[in-house]
Write a protein that binds this ligand. Structure first.
Ligand SMILES: Nc1nc2c(ncn2[C@@H]2O[C@H](COP(=O)(O)OP(=O)(O)OP(=O)(O)O)[C@@H](O)[C@H]2O)c(=O)[nH]1
Ligand SMILES: [Mg+2]
Ligand SMILES: [Zn+2]
Length: 282
């Protein structure tokens, strides 16, 4: 028996990095096939995964267990990812209580001021935001340094450069080549997340990109809690939705330019969108 991490699940097999090396295993009969996720800590024995350890976290989209940080990858050009799109991604992460790092890629395509303007609201909200380019290598070292031990999940729209960032962080690791080769044989590749090794104790999950991202499935009153910059402002009402309530400190801060007006305007749009959903929370 030995302990390992699931790097990928495909079909009825799981690719596991364990103390015995890198190999494919089948879940033992009593383990449900769909009970395994990339990122799961498992016990393997012989040809089988015989136990799945309790998860510290579970991301729904993309499906990854035990992630310690989400890398919210975005870019201003090719494709143009709006700040509203980035807001939605951050809300998904906040809804799952995941630490998030904003990564603005393709900075080689835009002026430094444009990158700063794009990131300003997020930095003001308390997020760490890095400017990178896989083309020039700018910021890649900082990104590597910023990765905590454990599993980092690359997420973002199609084409923003998630796989390119993965390549920049992992380099031409022989082991990666071997993993990739094994993966090509899998037939269920498009929907899955895959973990790659990026140094001791560090795994990075590349995930399929998306074109549209839903707001998280939450009741409207939870939405304000997903904005770090709206916390502890001291509104009169504890359940203030920061729209038209008396003595709302968020509205006041926006008026005085202490909170980003764009983030706030989009917050109101998102709130209306969530309030307009069919009720099933009460
Ligand atoms: N100019 C520029 N192009 C980049 C940069 N990083 C990636 N690209 C290009 O952007 C395109 C998309 O990159 P990918 O890494 O495949 O993007 P992805 O996010 O993995 O896309 P999906 O897998 O579809 O979600 C490729 O043509 C890359 O060469 C960058 O820093 N600068
Ligand atoms: Mg990709
Ligand atoms: Zn308020």
């Amino acid at each position: 028996m030995s302990e390992g991490v699931v790097l990928r699940v495909y079909g009825d097999r799981a690719l596991v990095r364990s103390t015995e090396g890198l190999a494919e295993y089948r879940p033992k009969g009593s383990l449900r096939k769909d009970g395994l996720l990339a990122g799961d800590r498992v016990t393997v024995q012989g040809e089988h995964v015989v136990a799945v350890h309790a998860r510290l976290s579970q991301l729904g989209r993309p499906p990854v267990a035990n992630a310690s940080i989400l890398l919210a990858v975005t870019c201003v050009r090719d494709p143009a990812v709006s700040q509203g799109d980035l807001d939605r991604l951050l809300l998904q992460a906040e809804a799952q209580a995941l630490t998030t790092l904003v990564v603005l890629n393709k900075c080689d395509l835009i002026a430094a001021e444009e990158a700063q303007d794009y990131l300003r609201p997020y930095r003001a909200a308390g997020y760490t935001a890095l400017r990178v380019s896989t083309r020039t290598g700018e910021g890649i070292g900082d990104l590597r340094t910023a990765l905590p031990p454990g599993i980092a999940v690359l997420a973002g729209q199609s084409g923003v450069g998630k796989s390119s960032i993965l390549g920049s962080l992992t380099g031409d690791d022989v082991e990666i080549g071997r993993i990739t080769e094994k993966l090509r044989r899998g037939r269920h590749t498009t929907r899955a997340a895959t973990l790659y090794e990026a140094g001791p104790g560090r795994l990075i999950a590349d995930t399929p990109g998306f074109s549209d991202l839903d707001l998280p499935d939450i009741p409207p009153e939870r939405l304000p809690m997903l904005y770090p910059e709206m916390q502890g402002r001291g509104c009169r009402f504890a359940d203030c939705r920061h729209r038209a309530e008396p003595d709302c400190a968020v509205i006041a801060a926006v008026g005085e330019g202490r909170l980003d007006a764009g983030r706030y305007r989009r917050y109101l749009e998102f709130l209306a969108e969530i309030e307009g959903r069919p009720k099933r929370w009460h």
